[in-house]
Design a protein around this ligand. Structure first.
Ligand SMILES: Nc1ncnc2c1ncn2[C@@H]1O[C@H](COP(=O)(O)OP(=O)(O)O)[C@@H](O)[C@H]1O
Ligand SMILES: [Mg+2]
Length: 204
């Protein structure tokens, strides 16, 4: 048996490859600079104990990655809202801890504050009850408040947007993140508003 399923990708071609021995993810890069950036980041983060997929193979312009499954943070969000889950504290905490560890590790390695930039919920995958990050090609220097503001903007704009449930979830996420990291709340909110504008422009 051999099957290839194309996953939602904005910038590249990403396939789930299912064979006899199991499944893996093949990410084919359109831009070589991004390919080397992601390869380097995956190795570095793994080395720092940050949860990212294992690299199974480095091709000329593609990576073969460990398949973390299809429970993206977006799938979790949509299901949890449908079930009207109120007890999502565990996920809010897991997310805040993951983010804190990511910023601490990259700060230590680069001696600069590094951020992920693309905070789409599809780029976080829940695997064996832990959060993993995929899509590392856009990591750059920046302020953490930008990432967090963008994360909050994404949290409330998936369909249906701005529901009470999503707003509650966003509020819990913000409070937990501010508890575990020393950030400027006003700046987070400014970045969140920026991202709302960008999301609206992208949808036009
Ligand atoms: N190792 C992986 N395991 C499971 N799903 C993955 C993995 N890597 C990527 N995906 C899924 O494929 C989507 C696209 O991959 P991503 O690296 O984000 O590429 P792009 O930036 O082109 O969208 C991700 O949002 C994620 O849902
Ligand atoms: Mg992506």
């Amino acid at each position: 048996m051999h099957k290839e399923i194309e996953l939602v990708s904005k910038r590249n071609r990403v396939l789930r490859i299912i064979g006899n021995g199991g499944s893996s993810i093949r990410k084919e890069f359109k831009v070589m600079k991004r390919f080397s950036a992601e390869t380097g980041m995956l190795k570095l983060l793994k080395n720092e104990g940050i949860r990212v997929p294992d690299i199974l193979e480095v091709g000329p312009d593609y990576l073969l990655l460990e398949d973390l499954g299809d429970e993206t943070l977006l799938a979790w969000l949509e299901r949890s809202e449908n079930q009207n889950l109120k007890n999502y504290e565990f996920m809010v905490e897991e997310m805040a801890e993951f983010l804190k560890d990511f910023y601490r590790a990259t700060q230590a390695v680069f001696n600069e504050t590094m951020i992920m930039n693309d905070m789409n919920f599809r780029n976080f995958i829940i695997h064996e009850d832990r959060i993993y990050r995929v899509d590392l090609e856009q990591i750059s220097k920046g302020e953490i408040e930008a990432d967090i503001g963008r994360l909050l903007a994404f949290a409330t704009t998936y369909d249906p947007p701005k529901t009470d449930w999503k707003i509650q979830f966003r509020n819990s996420l913000l409070e937990k993140i501010l508890k575990v990291m020393d950030l400027d709340r006003k700046l987070v909110q400014r970045w969140e508003i920026e991202e709302y504008k960008d999301i609206e422009d992208r949808r036009k």
